[in-house]
Design a protein around this ligand. Structure first.
Ligand code: AMP
Length: 295
């Protein structure tokens, strides 16, 4: 931590971009790294599989790791600093603070993983304090995480800009994820159903469907047709509050979590509001057509 701070403070005038990760890096992570490299004078990446965001029943010990490969990729990309702390550095004996949010953490991922976002918010708050970035980069792939962390940044007055990068996908539509490495060949072949289901709901929305339940039912039907897939949830929710919608009026976050064997995959498509004042405000916040947005 001291070493990171020394690098960060060597020239306080430089802008630093920061990409927090759990490693086993793929092209989705690297797209965030590229955004950071393009938008800042220096770029830091962290690689830390944070135990507090995994429940005891989850896949912490099975989570894929490849530190040497990750470091080679980041060095080749031109990253300036990689922070790879161990648990004793992040959670020394006597550690007792938790950052928890009361509302946006409750539905969706929070209802399936009740302790997950307190772990995420706590570790990201620590990483922000250690790295003190000018801008922090997160993927739309983890839609609720972006909403939770934006809220934390607002509530705790972190002096940084949040930038959200688009979801990187395999050619068959499967969202890139470190967890894809845990899929059997059979489940890997079945997994593109997740994005097919989201795309079918989006196509229905584009054709005029505005019933939240109808959109959820479309996703259910597409996913249940694949025997390897077991639905955890399907959702058509308000993109700000994450409450399930009866009627879509101003944008919708279509999202789902699906088990393939023991591996749980999540994905989403965000449809932003297209009319009125909201749309204007959203447009003003857009950084262009590249698909990422500042806070
Ligand atoms: P993780 O290592 O899974 O914790 O992810 C680190 C960061 O990369 C998070 O901000 C994720 O949202 C982001 N990320 C993960 N997968 C993708 C993807 N397929 N496309 C874009 N960003 C991603």
């Amino acid at each position: 931590i001291d070493e990171v701070r020394q690098h960060r403070c060597a020239d306080p005038n430089l802008t630093w971009g920061f990409v927090p990760t759990m490693g086993y890096l793929h092209a989705g992570h690297l797209s965030l790294v590229q955004l950071s490299l393009a938008g800042n004078e220096k770029t830091a990446v962290s690689i830390y599989v944070n135990p507090t965001q995994f429940a005891p029943t989850e896949d912490l010990s099975a989570y894929p790791r490849n530190l040497a490969g990750d470091l080679a990729m980041l060095e080749a990309a031109g990253v300036d600093l990689v922070f790879t702390p161990g648990d004793a550095i992040m959670y020394p004996p006597g550690f007792q603070t938790t950052v928890s949010l009361s509302q946006v953490t409750q539905p969706l991922e929070g209802s399936s993983r009740p302790t997950h976002f307190a772990g995420v918010a706590t570790v990201v708050a620590k990483l922000f304090n250690i790295v003190q970035p000018t801008r922090a980069y997160f993927g739309q792939k983890d839609a609720q995480q972006t909403i939770v962390l934006r809220q934390m940044v607002r509530d705790l007055n972190f002096n940084l800009e949040m930038v959200i990068g688009p979801t990187g996908r395999e050619p068959d539509g499967l969202a890139l994820s470190s967890r894809n490495a845990l899929l059997s060949a059979e489940n890997r072949a079945a997994a593109p159903v997740v994005y097919r289901a989201l795309s079918a709901a989006k196509a229905a929305y584009d054709a005029g469907e505005r019933s939240g339940e109808a959109l959820r039912q479309i996703m259910r039907e597409v996913i249940t047709a694949v025997p390897q897939a077991r639905i955890d949830y399907v959702s058509a929710a308000d993109p700000r509050t994450l409450q399930e919608l009866d009627v879509v009026a101003e944008g919708v976050l279509l999202s789902t979590a699906v088990f393939f064997g023991k591996t749980r995959l999540i994905d989403n498509i965000l449809i932003e509001a297209t009319e009125g004042k909201e749309q204007k405000e959203n447009k003003e916040k857009n950084l262009g057509s590249s698909g990422f947005r500042g806070v």
